[in-house]
Design a protein around this ligand. Structure first.
Ligand code: GLC
Ligand code: MG
Length: 580
């Protein structure tokens, strides 16, 4: 009894200090960071980032409050899709280093308490993968590892089996001279799709997971999962055409057909349930912290939700929330923002954790999509919402897209198509080298050249300089991470709403603690609000705890909740002066 009382008292004392309750899995309020290894840090001067480079800057991740990092692929690859075309799923590509380098990176990360998440690419391999070579040679074990079809003969001419189109333009079927059949590739022709209806393939991929778990990874980001299954072939071994969408005139264009047979087949989430079970079994056997799955699927929200799991099976802890990426644009107003955010809360099954993403290596930079005046706005939003935040490297220092000429463009999504319109297809502009300092090549490499050009902005936007500028993007990001540790942000409720069409508000509250209100002025007007009209149970007075370079107020300034003014594009976090 006495000890019970003591622990209650201890709990109260801790709450008084605004420490978060300890007993929840590490990932639930974690801040994640995506590293694009080609562009993060080069250690050997060849102009391409590598694992030793990553290891050398892991303390930076600590500095910016990152709990876990997922790295885009660094496995053996001919690099047709910059590592998303893997030729050996259990080997590090020499461009990025060796397995020993990988082990050192993991060891250093463990020492710093940073989790390492591997990019797992199950939908396809490289055509240079041994499995594909054997499959093409009809090796009995590998013959059905991929999706093969003899095609059809029309007027004496051989044609692909049907009208399926690749994401990267052109038919999704490629003729293989050796095997005298077509193989399916939903991405580049150097990325043949696996046949997930073959249990041997499933087991091979399961073993890939086990291999990397044994090497100490804390989880996986599952690439392009919604492409994993295609419709089952009919009794003649044929696959039906997809219906024409009417959105495009060009039959080679991915948008020409509606993808009802090549993505989002009902079996696909079950694959993820199977993998989650592997992670659980591994943990049960080997101990350690919970291993996690982050799931990439660009599906309707109802389908995305299935990847969380259901009553009988758990899925991935983090099915990426792409609502903001897919549905917000430069002109979106605050009602639109709040709708996109609340949509996730409304659909999310009970007991699951939300996550927030605004960029990655496939999308234009936030500052280029939404305007540089909104870079801090998105960092503030992502880091003050409940659950997991996921930041693409460079967004914390406000990197923007770099214009790259057609001649210098390397992304297959652009290069497989004609020059006309390449700028909006290319993903290169968001993949340029990370800006560490004002030294040559932004401190990314000691070499003379880099695989993609360095931003012309690097002398102004780099880690070294921004550390010394009070209200730089970087310092705002770091301040946010400190706020995030407070009990209200770790455990508190969230209410997200538009205060009018220009301003979004997020209220975070937790009984016995200070209430925090994030206000984001999306547009260029001066705004004034009585916060009591928008949020219930607010104390009379608030204090500025986070400001940006748009603010005329200072940190620590007090303000009455009945009259808060926002400057154009100003985003702030306010804290109630009383606990609630
Ligand atoms: C995912 C990756 C993308 C890659 C594609 C094929 O969407 O994010 O970069 O090109 O899958 O693997
Ligand atoms: Mg290198």
């Amino acid at each position: 009894m006495v000890s019970r009382l003591v622990s209650v008292l201890i709990l109260l004392v801790f709450c008084g200090h605004e420490l978060a309750s300890a007993e929840k899995p590490w990932w639930q309020t974690a801040s994640f960071y995506q590293i694009y290894p080609r562009s993060f840090k080069d250690s050997d001067g060849d102009g391409v980032g590598d694992l030793n480079g990553v290891t050398s800057v892991l303390p930076y991740l600590k500095e910016i409050g990152i709990a876990a990092t997922w790295l885009s692929p660094f496995l053996e690859s001919p690099m047709a899709d910059f590592g998303y075309d893997i030729s050996n799923f259990t080997a590090v590509d020499p461009l990025f280093g060796t397995m020993e380098d990988f082990d050192r990176m993991v060891a250093k990360a463990k020492e710093l308490d940073i989790k390492i998440i591997l990019d797992f690419v199950p939908n396809h391999s490289s055509d240079e993968c041994d499995w594909f070579i054997r499959s093409a040679a009809r090796d009995p074990v590998y013959k059905d590892y991929y999706i093969w079809h003899p095609g059809k003969v029309v007027n004496g001419e051989r044609q692909p089996p049907n009208n399926w189109v690749s994401v990267f333009y052109g038919s999704a079927w490629e003729w293989h001279e050796g095997r005298q059949e077509y193989y399916l590739h939903q991405f580049d022709k150097k990325q043949p799709d696996f046949n997930f209806r073959n249990p041997v393939v499933r087991e091979a991929m399961n073993n890939v997971l086990r291999f990397w778990l044994d090497r100490g990874v804390d989880g996986f980001r599952i690439d392009a999962i919604y492409h994993a299954f295609e419709i089952e072939a009919d009794e003649n071994g044929d696959y039906p055409d997809e219906p024409v969408s009417g959105w495009s005139e060009d039959p080679q264009d991915y948008g020409y057909v509606r993808h009802i047979y090549t993505v989002d087949q009902w079996e696909t989430p079950h694959l993820v349930y199977e993998w989650r079970q592997i992670l659980k079994d591994y943990q049960a056997e080997h101990g350690g912290d919970e291993r996690i799955l982050m799931v990439e699927t660009w599906s309707p929200i109802e389908i995305v939700m299935q990847y969380y799991g259901n009553e009988t099976a758990d899925g991935g802890q983090i099915p990426f929330n792409f609502q903001m990426i897919s549905n917000l644009g430069y002109d979106s107003d605050a009602y639109h923002y709040s709708e996109m955010i609340n949509l996730w809360f409304e659909h999310m099954p009970a007991g699951r954790t939300p996550n927030w993403v605004i960029g990655n290596h496939d999308k234009n930079r936030v500052g280029s999509r939404f305007g540089t005046e909104r870079i801090d706005l998105f960092n503030i939003l992502l880091l003050t919402l409940p659950g997991c935040s996921i930041t693409y490297n460079g967004e914390e220092i406000g990197m923007t897209d770099v214009w790259i000429s057609w001649e210098e463009t390397v992304d297959p999504q652009a290069c497989n198509n004609e020059q006309d319109g390449y700028e909006w297809r290319s993903r290169d502009p968001a993949r340029t080298p990370f800006q560490w300092s004002d030294a040559a090549n932004a401190g990314f490499t000691t070499g003379r050249s880099t695989w993609l050009p360095i931003s012309a902005d690097y002398k102004r936007l780099n880690v070294k300089r921004e550390r010394g500028v009070a209200l730089s993007h970087l310092n705002i990001f770091k301040e946010l991470q400190k706020l995030r540790q407070l009990a209200t942000f770790q455990d508190g409720d969230a209410e997200v709403k538009a205060l009018n069409k220009n301003v979004l508000g997020v209220k975070r509250s937790l009984r016995g603690n200070h209430t925090y209100i994030t206000l984001l002025n999306i547009f260029g007007n001066i705004e004034n609000f009585n916060l009591h009209e928008h949020f219930a149970n607010l104390s009379a007075e608030f204090e500025y705890v986070l400001i940006t370079d748009r603010s005329i107020k200072h940190k620590g300034d007090k303000v009455s909740a009945s009259s808060v003014t926002l400057m154009p594009h100003e985003s702030v976090v306010l804290k109630s002066t009383k606990r609630q």
